[in-house]
Design a protein around this ligand. Structure first.
Ligand SMILES: *Cc1c(COP(=O)(O)O)cnc(C)c1O
Ligand code: SF4
Length: 411
């Protein structure tokens, strides 16, 4: 099916690189003649997604052979879909645009390294009933759909998302809910997928209602990239429905400051106004956000949008993701430039989801230089070194002092 491009074949002239810290509206681009009511209608956005190599070729004048070939093959692995809104954040002239890298397939996706996996976090082996992952003692991951508004090329759930590789994901809500109901230790249910906000308001309300009715379920949360890919979906009606199920938290997924447009900020504001605490989960991606300036702009803009940066993930070892993976050394370097240098609320926890089902493990730049027999040597964000001493019962032994020449041998 062809997408209408009422604005003609000429690439739009309104695609320019915006300063990182500013909020801008996504331009209308090729869709400049579409009515406001269509453009702002999430169903219109979904219906007019870019889903084929041919459409990409038409819309992206700088499409490379490597991207075309990737797009041709994409629908056998992880479907290609980009909402017109999100497509318009791509800088058409830049082959390495950080938005483009996230959603435009490349041939490199078909190269699988020996250490890469289809289920890097070992979710299927921790799944007591289909669509439910119970890894941690008191909380479960509840997968509700295999659909997303757009598809991230590095998705850790590529195996099931979009059903392109034939995983044939069919959540059985009854069984998933019955599992939660019969496990009193589960006090926290995390809805994810795929993107739960692609469900209709009614279906989502039904599901949240069923979970809320379980007495031991204290805490609900939704993981979604919809406020970033399709902010039009965050309607006042959706927010009014969601706020009936408090305490309900939401984790969104922004990787680059340019994803935080005026539209995304307004959508996040509607969610925050509905009393939903918002967190962000970013994935560290090469040439997207493996840079301290970019990451700092991202976390600062998130705070302006009332979103607390929650996790920064090392990119999972998902098959075909090598070209997007930044090193742990780079991640630590980026973290080092956040802590102390900007608002503490803006500093996420950098984690590796340990391959095979080990769960999220925090990794940090080293601030404890040594710890030994009641003496701890620490350094601050400026590299200054301090000594803190204590007795076995925790009482300080002497006044903490700054050390000019650290006597590391004594540790
Ligand atoms: C990430 C994750 C959770 C939630 O972990 P938090 O650290 O509580 O956010 C729960 N279950 C699974 C399987 C997960 O991968
Ligand atoms: S929105 Fe989430 S689930 Fe969907 S493709 Fe992106 S990372 Fe995967």
């Amino acid at each position: 099916m062809q997408t209408d491009i009422s604005g003609g074949e000429e690439p739009p002239s309104d695609h320019r690189l915006q300063p990182l810290k500013e909020f801008h509206s996504a331009a209308r681009g090729y869709w400049r003649d579409v009515s406001d009511s269509d453009w702002n209608d999430w169903r219109w956005q979904l219906k007019h997604r870019i889903t084929s190599a041919e459409q990409l070729q038409r819309f992206l004048p700088t499409l490379t052979p490597e991207e075309y070939a990737g797009a041709k093959l994409a629908n056998h692995k992880l479907a290609l879909a980009i909402t017109p809104y999100f497509f318009n954040l791509i800088d058409l002239a830049d082959e390495n645009c950080p938005i483009r890298l996230q959603v435009v397939p490349r041939l490199a996706e078909t190269h699988t390294a020996p250490w890469e996996m289809s289920d890097p976090c070992g979710e299927d082996s921790h799944s007591p009933v289909p669509g439910l992952v119970h890894r941690y003692p008191d909380r479960v991951l509840f997968l509700v759909t295999d659909r997303c508004a757009s598809y991230c090329r590095y998705c850790t759930r590529s195996r099931l998302v979009s059903n392109a590789s034939g995983y044939d994901f069919h959540p059985e809500f009854d069984k998933q809910i019955a599992y939660v109901a019969s496990h009193p230790e589960v006090r926290d249910v995390l809805l994810s997928g795929g993107d739960p906000l692609l469900l209709s308001d009614d279906k989502l309300a039904f599901l949240l209602g069923k979970l809320r009715a379980i007495p031991h379920v204290e805490f609900l949360r939704i993981g979604t990239r919809i406020p970033i890919f399709l902010p039009q979906r965050i309607t006042p009606e959706l927010c009014a429905m969601l706020k009936q199920f408090h305490p309900l938290f939401m984790s969104v997924h922004a990787n680059h400051p340019r994803e935080l447009t005026t539209e995304a900020r307004a959508a996040l504001g509607r969610l925050a106004d509905a009393g939903i605490p918002l967190g962000n989960q970013s994935v560290l991606l090469k040439n997207v956000n493996d840079d301290a300036t970019v990451m700092k702009a991202l976390v600062q803009k998130l705070l302006i949008c009332r979103v607390k940066p929650y996790y920064l993930y090392q990119c999972d070892l998902i098959a075909g993701s090598a070209h997007l993976r930044a090193s742990v050394a780079k991640g630590l370097e980026v973290m080092e430039q956040l802590r102390g240098h900007t608002t503490g609320y803006g500093v996420p926890t950098y984690v590796i989801d340990a391959p095979g089902g080990g769960g999220k493990v925090p990794i940090n730049p080293e601030y404890v230089l040594c710890r030994n027999a009641g003496r701890v040597l620490i350094r601050n964000y400026e590299g200054k070194i301090f000594e803190y001493t204590e007795n076995a019962d925790g009482t300080p032994r002497c006044k903490p002092k700054k050390i000019e020449e650290p006597d590391l041998c004594k540790c």
